[in-house]
Write a protein that binds this ligand. Structure first.
Ligand SMILES: C[S@@+](CC[C@H](N)C(=O)[O-])C[C@H]1O[C@@H](n2cnc3c(N)ncnc32)[C@H](O)[C@@H]1O
Length: 231
């Protein structure tokens, strides 16, 4: 990949993203995780100290070959057993329906095909599983969005493939996941172009929306197709 991508960027990213304001967000968003967790885009492992004790096993994927010293420092520090696999999240070598929770923090901005990766997350989650996301992306403010679009080509080079202007919630829905919690906020101490945050939880199953008929029976209506369904 080159000296900058392999040696300089990982250290820079690790230094910026271990600041207390990032750590606090990690702690909050990871609190509900339980059981066997899949993390996509492990980076240098900055989420590890923030997983609760209810997490029994962590499987993590990331294609980057970050310096061992940076990653090991984190994996050795945690108490959860970690299996780190060096591959892209777009094609996961895991059986369907095996993870209790999945996690992505500041990663959907960088994955080349985020919808493919999210489809894989949906596939490998158990039916009752949940997907935690904490991501920066497209701003709702047209003035900020204009700057995000302008700066995106530069950001992709400087931050090794990171995009400023992805609609994170739209990508999650496009992959067939159902968002059950979504919070939008501006991150403190981060330039507005990179601090428009999406935090929430999505599930692999679709809710069944019903309407009650005059007969007292229920009619399921497929999401997105009002009026369809069978009695
Ligand atoms: C900004 S870093 C965030 C790292 C980490 N999630 C965190 O919160 O500190 C983005 C990460 O996404 C990883 N990444 C890029 N493409 C990926 C892919 N196709 N599948 C999985 N991870 C990927 C990068 O290698 C990098 O570690």
């Amino acid at each position: 990949m080159g000296f900058y991508a392999d040696q300089v960027f990982p250290r820079l990213m690790d230094w910026i993203m271990r600041a207390p304001r990032f750590q606090e967000l990690r702690r909050q968003v990871l609190a509900p995780a339980r059981g066997h967790v899949l993390e996509i885009g492990f980076g240098t492992g900055l989420n590890l100290p923030h997983y609760p004790k209810s997490v029994t096993w962590l499987t993590a994927v990331d294609p980057a070959n970050f310096p061992n010293a940076l990653v090991e420092k984190q994996t050795m520090a945690g108490s959860i057993p970690v299996k780190l696999v060096r591959l892209s999240a777009e094609t996961l070598p895991f059986e369907s329906g095996q993870f209790d929770w999945a996690v992505s923090t500041w990663t959907l901005c960088t994955i080349s095909d985020p919808v493919a990766a999210l489809r894989e997350v949906r596939r490998v989650l158990k039916p009752g599983g949940q997907f935690i996301f904490l991501e920066h992306g497209r701003s709702d403010d047209p003035k900020i969005l204009k700057w995000q679009n302008r700066l995106n080509p530069l950001q992709r080079v400087v931050a090794c493939g990171c995009n400023l202007n992805r609609s994170i919630d739209a990508l999650i829905r496009q992959a067939g996941l159902t968002i059950i919690q979504l919070e939008r906020f501006q991150m403190d101490g981060v330039p507005r172009v990179a601090g428009s945050m999406y935090r929430g939880i999505a599930t692999p199953h679709r809710p069944i929306i019903t309407e009650t008929l005059s007969s007292g029976r229920y009619r399921p209506i497929a999401p997105g197709a009002p009026g369809s369904g069978t009695v």
